[in-house]
Design a protein around this ligand. Structure first.
Ligand code: CDP
Length: 248
């Protein structure tokens, strides 16, 4: 959040944003399930200019052993940005931001996976951001939950989200990189769609209570649309598998 910048106009006189969207419009989104052979489950997402892969391994043995939990599986998500994913080369390896994002994503996913069914095991979720354009934590989480379902891991529901925010004093949906950099606030939200429980809620910048409420409602409505794309990706994967079986 760079704070309001008078030199950069993010919304024009017709109410259009720099990429031509209206205030409550999502970027184009494509999701594909089962893109990696080796992983137990995987998914690829393109969300605007974000390109992200998620891979799931497990339930499997826990190393180091002292991390085992006798009552449930431990779900460990690792969010990573490739060095080439942003304009300025990102230094490889974990930094404060990726450690924080890995934690909030692990917590969100742990709220839907039936961890008690797999005591003493680990479920590892890898999120690799290949190209970043703001909103990567939510896009990564959205792909990760499809990858968990693709791995056949029992879950109460998928997790899905969207960010809202504030640019040029207007509450908008799904900020892109310029809006994230030069806007006034970013509000990523993730939910369990069936119950609408909020499992990730963060804010960077300044918004009034009414603006937060409006942004939150917009983000939840949009997340429910993304949920349909997640289910569609999983359906497509299983239709393809069934067709391959028929041909054999
Ligand atoms: O990606 P998300 O919006 O969840 O997280 P953020 O910390 O608000 O980052 C917003 C965007 O800034 C990222 O998606 C990247 O496009 C960019 N960024 C970057 O260029 N270099 C970094 N080291 C971190 C973020």
């Amino acid at each position: 959040m760079g704070g309001i910048n008078k030199d950069i106009k993010l919304i024009d006189e017709n109410g259009k944003r720099i990429d031509g969207r209206s205030f409550n419009e999502l970027r184009p989104i494509k999701i594909e399930a089962g893109v990696l052979e080796r992983a137990d489950g995987s998914a690829y997402i393109e969300w605007g200019n974000n390109k992200i892969i998620a891979a799931v391994y497990g339930p499997r043995e826990v190393y180091p052993k002292h991390m085992q939990d006798p009552s449930r599986a431990v779900l460990r998500a690792r969010y990573n940005m490739a060095a080439f994913s942003v304009d300025e080369r990102k230094k490889p390896g974990p930094d404060r931001r990726s450690i924080e994002l890995s934690l909030v994503i692990s917590n969100a996913l742990s709220s839907v996976v039936l961890l008690e069914q797999f005591p003493r095991t680990a479920i590892d979720v890898f999120i690799e951001v290949l190209q970043a354009d703001a909103g990567t934590r939510i896009a990564g989480l959205t792909a990760a939950s499809v990858a968990l379902a693709d791995a056949g891991i029992p879950m109460k529901d998928l997790i899905v989200g969207c960010a809202a925010g504030k640019v040029d004093n207007t509450v908008v949906l799904d900020l892109n990189k310029e809006e994230d950099n030069y806007g006034q606030a970013d509000l990523p939200v993730a939910i369990i769609p069936r119950t609408k429980e909020i499992v990730l809620f963060q804010m960077d910048g300044d918004m009034t209570f009414d603006e937060v409420e409006m942004g939150l409602n917009m983000a939840i409505d949009a997340a429910l649309k993304v949920y349909e794309l997640q289910k569609d990706a999983l359906r497509r994967k299983y239709i393809n598998l069934a067709q391959e079986d028929e041909q054999q």
